[in-house]
Design a protein around this ligand. Structure first.
Ligand SMILES: *Cc1c(COP(=O)(O)O)cnc(C)c1O
Length: 399
């Protein structure tokens, strides 16, 4: 490790709580490429964990942020601001749900808002409060969203967790039905599970969940924090199915890295949060909102929804080729540019080998290598990346 990296990591390890264990220090990014403090270039197939759908430092986003920062950085919610108002209108339009938006600052907070809204409505509709979530799902790291995340690795040590969650198996409608009781007010799920292993819902499952919600008068909540803003080839992953949720949440890619979260409702639940029922000082920050408006413009102008599907299919074929070649690679799954390579073994050794080749990727669940490249990915770059993946797999599995 060279000087600047080592120097920064030494200081980092002495002053930053050890919840993460970075080995690289980034200093810049453009499009699909990032550079570390020593000038080493890497292809970022993590997109900063599903954040840079339009690539790092897209010129339109940079300009929108700079212009807005020079005008008004913060308004509080005692006063409205134009970028957030325009953004809310745009999200309502893209959703087609005819509802309203609540702004916050992260994915966990957006889900927290969804949970609170569901409980508030449930308190007036039969005194119901319980929310059914899916095993292998992921909803964030606040206490309530940790309780909503049915995975022991993120719950251990934090008892007592907030009550009011019941767990079911993803893609198993009978299990969801069994988890619903007279206390249930909502069912919350990712249309494509991210952290849990890049697993898309089957169309039958998600349609079954919608039908169950209609039958039992429950809210259907989609967590689109990772799968949203074009990642899977539609604005929101639920739009790739024949269903409409009552609420859905956004964050990661919404404002290309300026912290921002949003809860979007349909018309029925648009006014459940009444005056002072919920709040966030920074929610709807004008700089973040300006960035998000630029992200939406770029996705439209550069036709990135179509691109996510097309280049995602190409990438899937490439990965399938490796599955055909290596016995230790079991399956490719995912949608658009949210792809997972299921391995028989530890995915971390492949992610490490990829990094040695100059390609950043992620793990998901206990046995999946996860790829979330920017949607601006070009075919030439995908070809180069494919060679890197090929070399990394040769290193790990020996050729
Ligand atoms: C990352 C993620 C979250 C949490 O978002 P934060 O911004 O880290 O709080 C919630 N849900 C899903 C599906 C995610 O991928």
């Amino acid at each position: 490790m060279s000087n600047k990296t080592q120097e920064t990591l030494d200081l980092y390890n002495s002053v930053v709580m050890p919840t993460y264990a970075p080995s690289t220090v980034l200093s810049s990014g453009k499009g699909v490429t990032v550079r570390d403090v020593d000038g080493l270039a890497l292809y970022d197939f993590t997109s900063g964990i599903g954040v840079h759908n339009v690539g790092h430092s897209h010129s339109k986003v940079v300009k929108a942020v700079q212009d807005q920062a020079a005008k008004l950085i913060h308004a509080s919610n005692l006063f409205a601001n134009s970028p957030a108002t325009e953004l809310a209108a745009k999200l309502v339009e893209l959703s087609g749900l005819g509802g309203k938006v609540f702004f916050c600052n992260s994915g966990a907070e957006a889900n927290e808002a969804a949970i609170k809204l569901a409980r508030k409505w449930g308190s007036q509709n039969g005194g119901r409060f319980e929310i059914v979530t899916m095993r292998q799902g992921f909803h964030g790291r606040t206490l309530a969203t940790v309780a909503a995340t049915a995975q022991s690795w993120c719950q251990e040590g934090y008892d007592p967790l907030p009550v009011g969650f019941a767990y079911a198996d993803f893609n198993d409608l009978e299990s969801v039905k069994a988890a619903v009781s007279e206390k249930t007010v909502a069912i919350m799920l990712e249309a494509v599970q991210g952290e849990g292993g890049v697993t898309p819902a089957t169309p039958e499952f998600i349609a079954g969940v919608r039908a169950l919600c209609d039958e039992k008068n429950l809210l259907m909540i989609c967590d689109e924090v990772q799968s949203g803003m074009g990642r899977t080839g539609t604005w929101f992953a639920w739009q790739g199915y024949d269903v409409k949720p009552d609420l859905f949440t956004l964050a990661k890619s919404l404002a290309d890295g300026i912290p921002m979260g949003a809860l979007v409702s349909n018309a029925k639940f648009a006014d459940v949060f009444t005056k002072s029922a919920h709040a966030s000082t920074f929610g709807g920050n004008p700089v973040a909102a300006a960035a998000a408006l630029a992200v939406i413009d770029v996705i439209e102008e550069e036709k990135l929804l179509k691109r996510a599907t097309e280049i995602g299919n190409l990438f899937k074929e490439v990965l399938q080729g490796f599955v055909d070649k290596y016995d230790k690679l079991l399956e490719v799954r995912g949608k658009g540019l949210m792809l997972g390579l299921v391995v028989d073994g530890d995915p971390k050794e492949i992610v490490d080998a990829l990094k040695d080749q100059g390609l950043l990727a992620l793990t998901a669940g206990s046995n999946v290598v996860r790829f979330l490249p920017p949607l601006v990915l070009k075919e030439e770059t995908l070809e180069e990346a494919s060679d890197m993946i090929s070399d990394a797999l040769d290193c790990v599995y020996g050729e």
